[in-house]
Write a protein that binds this ligand. Sequence first.
Ligand code: DAH
Length: 340
Amino acid sequence: MMQEQLDRIKREALDVLKKTSLPEELERIRVEFLGKKGKLTAILRGMGELSPEERPKIGALANKVREEIEKELEYKKTEAEIKKQNEKLKKEVIDVTMPGRRLNTGTLHPLTQIIQEVEDIFIGMGFELAEGPEVEKDYYNFEALNIPKNHPARDAQDTFYINDNILLRSQTSSVQIRVMENNRPPIRIIAPGRVYRSDALDATHSPVFYQIEGLVVDKGITMAHLKSCLEDLAHSLFGEDVRIRFRPHHFQFTEPSAEVDFSCFACGGKGCNVCKGEGWIELLGAGMVHPRVLQNCGIDPDVYSGFAFGVGVERIAMRKFNIDDLRLLYENDVKFLKQF
Ligand code: DAH
């Protein structure tokens, strides 16, 4: 009788176990059959009524049934875990052949690139960086540079005045004065920065633009030093084949003065769309520092001499990157900037 009951319980248990592999189900089945109030336990409670000969036989059988059910439970539990693990791995699968996602990194603005390139060239020659304020005194922007009030030379630079004595600097030449006031020769500086002029914005003019000023003052400085220095600049910027040309000019703060052209780096001087058919590109104003300017800064022009130059950054950038409209440099259109 009891033997049959045990057999039935075993079959029943193995039957339900076959049909599931859910961990919660397995636990419920364990409690139902093997728990303290489970079916197998209930039967074992009745063992007391058996004869002493039968008791060990049934006891051994009951243990065997328990073991078999436990074994099957264990097996199903392992199966469930493996299944779960496999599903997880399937979900987490990585296709290593898929193309990567590119990170969008920015680049330096073309004007910044040119400024840094020119800075590097001059720092390599032993120059130091200098700077001055954009809101400047008339004295530094004009008067100390030998451009007195009401002098016609002021007309060339349509200046934004804040009041009679304060203006937005129209040239980085103002930094020359600030440096010479505070330093004794030898002086070797370049000063990049923004300058302002009351010009309408068009393809070649902007009310705000960038210049880089250069100044060297020492004993025995001549125009030959200026020339070789600018030749180095031309070669570093545009290549060893580029030549430079000085054209006589007038600036109030230099004597003699020159405008400096570079031979076109794109066509070598034959004429092309980069140099607008000229073969030469005008890039700089330069000259020997006027004795009166040295004097204004307390430097004795009988002992010291110097050269200075000023270069337009936009001009270099436009020629170097072949940009035909200055406004592109200020609009910050990413489609444009991405190309540099
Ligand atoms: N300041 C001049 C300008 O803006 C450029 C210039 C010419 C600067 C001659 C100089 C120089 O230092 O020597 O037009």
